[in-house]
Write a protein that binds this ligand. Sequence first.
Ligand code: FAQ
Length: 329
Amino acid sequence: MYAQMVKSTGHGVKSRAEMSAEEAHFQDRIDAGEKIEPKDWMPDGYRATLIRQIAQHAHSEVVGQLPEGNWVTRAPTLERKAILLAKVQDEAGHGLYLYCAAETLGVSRDELTDALLDGSMKYSSIFNYPTLTWADIGAVGWLVDGAAIMNQVPLQRTSFGPYSRAMIRICKEESFHQRQGFDIMMKMAQGTEAQRRMAQDALNRFWYPSLMMFGPSDKDSVHSAQSVAWKIKINTNDELRQKFVDQTVPQAAYLGLSIPDPELELNDDTGHYDFSEPDWSEFFAVLKGNGPCNTDRMDARQKAWDDGAWVRDGLMAHAEKRNARTAAE
Ligand code: FAQ
């Protein structure tokens, strides 16, 4: 069912003249800033695009626990461990709100999990990179959560009600995550020479993968035009990437770290930083499953699904027993 639904995405944006009466009325509601709720009429493509985006986002939150979970047992102090544990648990919660939002569109969580495990659905490219040192945990909080917030704050105004409401709560928690990452980077950057080098190395490795989180450049983005017209996305990929660079460069300067881009320069005419594009061939290779950790991440998700089978079976057995008892009464 999922594969069938997503086939209808990625078309060009229909002009008013091409729209049916229902589609035109729907677009009027979007243009007027109304929220669309699950039982409202919506075009198939709107439903499919939302399922794809929300579920990919949910999968990203869940898979995103893995690189940080890797450091829970090795956090340098009890306090850092407690903070990291709380953050990783928050990511699980974000995944759950988002799966629930996707389910309001008529797809089940099991179908979405199947689609992740059979490779027909994606999760964010960033989580296919390893976290090699403690400074990487700082970089993930600072840059990865920073990029996630840049993308998600506008999504609080997305046109689909359940997605927009999930985003409001998620953004509050992501802000705390970003601050804790920056705090780790501050300690490392102001620490010993070895710690400062570790912080710089983490920035060097996470900079371009963080820029890739916003998706391909606008000219290569398949879904942006229609998603922006439907206010599923509020900004294009390049707009958000530029905002992220503009926000992050002064933060790096405050930390005394250098962004690994010789072309980076404030453009006095535009007021924005000019920067080098990420290596898009690397991005598309990661999407195809050829990043450094794709296999590990999918193996971990498959194992979690298999290990959880007894819980699902137990719940089903309990529900069937209860239903049989209710029917007999
Ligand atoms: N990774 O046409 P577009 C987080 C795919 S949450 C993988 O531009 P769209 C929290 C895209 O799906 C991070 N695939 O697509 C956290 C499409 O392929 P498809 C997740 C990507 O949807 C922090 C194709 O490329 N956030 O990090 C990526 O209009 C720390 C063409 O692209 C969200 O999901 C990518 N980076 O724009 C957790 C936010 N980029 O599906 C733990 C919501 C693109 O046709 C620790 N999502 N693709 O096969 C969005 O805003 C959008 O979906 C974009 C992509 C902007 C990601």
